[in-house]
Design a protein around this ligand. Sequence first.
Ligand code: KIV
Ligand code: ZN
Length: 388
Amino acid sequence: MGRTVKIFDTTLRDGEQSPGCSMNLNEKIEVAKQLEALKVDIIEAGFAAASPGDAAAIAAIADTVRGATICSLARCREQDIEAAWNSIRRAESARIHTFLATSPVHMEYKLKMTPEQVLESVAHNVAFAKKFCSDIEFSAEDATRSDLDFLCRVVETAIKAGATTINIPDTVGYMIPQEYASRIKYLREHTEGIENVILSCHMHNDLGMAVANSLAGVEAGIDQIECTINGIGERAGNASMEECVMALKTRADHFGIGCNIETTQIYRASRMIQTITGVAVAPTKPIVGANAFAHEAGIHQHGVMANKETYEIMTPESVGIPKNAIVLGKHSGRHAFEERLHELGYTLDHEKLEKAFEKFKILADKKKVIKDRDLEGLIGAVPVSGEE
Ligand code: KIV
Ligand code: ZN
């Protein structure tokens, strides 16, 4: 596979900004270590100027994690940039990520700045950040609602001032995939110096298209996807890392683009974020939801047992899902039931299996999901072969 895309994880920054998702120092370090195990390329560890606690957590991650670039967010302000640098300066590899809004509504009502003032601020603050660190990312906040020719000027200014990565975020989740791809194409054709920098996407999920938009961006020449575990993030969240990565892997025939992620660490990361934040993953959530690999209907289970490819486009093992995370229910057939018993170490003769299966169906009518411990209880109630 020739081309690879960098995975920039912002679970600890944008993800943490989602309601109820704040994490303490130890939790952040634990998540950062899991991101290291996942082999993400860049960890956005926080927003140093936001609070002393955030700055301390970023510094602790910079001291602990190896292999990934550690990044801190900063507004286009000197104090923010200094705080960002102080938090990441001990990292093996460090990045300052500075941003400024470029859409008419943000410039007029939030920043109260003219477009010319925005250009001056970008030139000044990117150059200021460059004094501390060679790896500088600039994001044009609300890029997808910005005037395209103005956006080209902003990006050109950031590149001239020393930015090495340019992020084109869909801050409010407004894009549709084809539209984002054509914006990227336009930028690539009309911005001087753009061929010398890493182009990044950062998509929000307000219309449920964050992953589709990220992939459309990648097809249009984007080199870095910004994403979060379980898709947590502001409002409806960010592009989910597990979905972006597994789409690239499962449809390598289409994309022909790889990434460095150790996919067998995905499930562990998802469970960790679920436990730490207390934000539950929906059962139907792709890749990591409880039902993502649960073939409840007997026909489906039978098919999967004959050949997994009948109903599985990727394997649970490839994302690190342990066997006992896959559930049986009232639609499950005898084959799935028997196979699961085998996996648990039980071999029943025909008569005992029939009895156990009857009990299983009765229990499944009462309980939505039958877990391994239910099966063990049920088998306990039926004499197991060789034990009589
Ligand atoms: O959504 C956004 O625009 C952001 C920027 C700070 C990159 O999170
Ligand atoms: Zn964001």
